[in-house]
Ligand binder design. Structure first.
Ligand code: ATP
Ligand code: MG
Length: 300
């Protein structure tokens, strides 16, 4: 006999979680997205609306994820916040000021490894510090502290090719945080890692975030990753990317991998699945069948 697990509502929060989220929302707004729309030109002379009328407030020291199907505009969103793309309509404010381009007030960690291969771990982390005016001695001692924080003290003099994928991403995090930006932007940073390393990296990121005063905007299409890491999750629809819901994660802190199987976790995952794949079982969701055999083949 099979039993069906009764899940609580994803909206049900323990008093501890509710109090934490209330404290979080009482903090100043670090990033404010107002009426953000982005349209791109297509090669045939038309336009594609990647993002439509996004409104969002991210509070200081919040961990906010952006989740949605491939092509829903997640990278476009983070690139606009990074100042690498401009909005078609609306604006993004950082600490109350409109973003006009890239700046040292936003650390960035993107998928793939963007370390300089000819520089050591320490030199990679020092690079941004010196570019922002630190003296070589000051940059070196700061870099070593950040490298220690991400658990790579023994590898300070190693070169990127001597590191595993997970270690390279930890250097990328140290480098992004070294100038102590108020905001760190992460676009699918663990997309290229194997599942086990990915899990370790998620735990490392939470530990680092506990120790650093930084607001994180984390882009992913992995539901488990978003729920495990975040305070809140912005769920976007595809074509055009619009806000479906901002989900408050009902899990307590500190987070631990056992929570992956908790009823609150599963209820949140079920809700996000419903938002992202509303027609999962509908027949029009299937790929058309393609006949791979030649007419006349005796296949039946
Ligand atoms: N520079 C560009 N020029 C034209 N269209 C673009 C450009 N950048 C993105 N797009 C379009 O905008 C939409 C959103 O793309 P985006 O890369 O932001 O999606 P995404 O959610 O990050 O996808 P994925 O999960 O696959 O990384 C897509 O339709 C894409 O083709
Ligand atoms: Mg993307």
């Amino acid at each position: 006999m099979s039993t069906v697990l009764e899940l609580p509502s994803y909206l049900k929060q323990s008093p501890e979680v509710a109090a934490r989220l209330a404290r979080l929302k009482a903090r100043p707004v670090e990033l404010e997205v107002k009426g953000l729309t982005k349209r791109f030109m297509t090669p045939d002379g038309g336009t594609v609306t990647a993002l439509k009328e996004i409104n969002l407030s991210v509070h200081r020291r919040e961990f906010m994820s952006v989740l949605g199907a491939s092509g829903c505009g997640k990278s476009t969103f983070v690139r606009i916040v990074a100042g690498l793309e401009t909005p078609t309509e609306g604006e993004v404010l950082l600490g109350g000021k409109a973003i006009r381009g890239p700046g040292p007030d936003r650390g960035m960690v993107f998928q793939g490894y963007t370390l300089f291969p000819w520089l050591s771990v320490k030199q990679n982390v020092m690079f941004g510090l010196e570019a922002c005016g630190s003296s070589p001695t000051g940059a070196e001692s700061d870099a070593l502290q950040w490298i220690d924080l991400v658990g790579l003290a023994k590898f300070a003099d190693a070169y990127p090719h001597q590191l595993s994928g997970g270690m390279k991403q930890r250097v990328a995090i140290a480098r992004a945080l070294a100038n102590q930006p108020p905001v760190m932007l992460m676009d699918e940073p663990y997309g290229a890692l194997d599942p086990q390393t990915r899990g370790q990296m998620q735990s490392y990121l939470l530990q680092i975030w506990e120790n650093v005063d930084v607001t994180i905007l984390f882009i992913t299409h992995d539901l488990d990753e978003a729920i495990y890491l975040s305070d809140r999750i912005l769920v976007l629809s595809p074509n055009p990317g619009q806000v479906l819901e901002i989900v408050e994660v009902p899990l307590s802190h500190p987070r631990s991998p056992e929570q992956f199987l908790s009823p609150e976790f599963l209820a949140t995952k079920q809700r996000i699945e419903e938002l992202i794949h509303p027609n999962k079982h509908a027949s029009d969701d299937k790929l058309p069948m393609i006949r791979l055999t030649k007419v006349g083949d005796d296949v039946n």
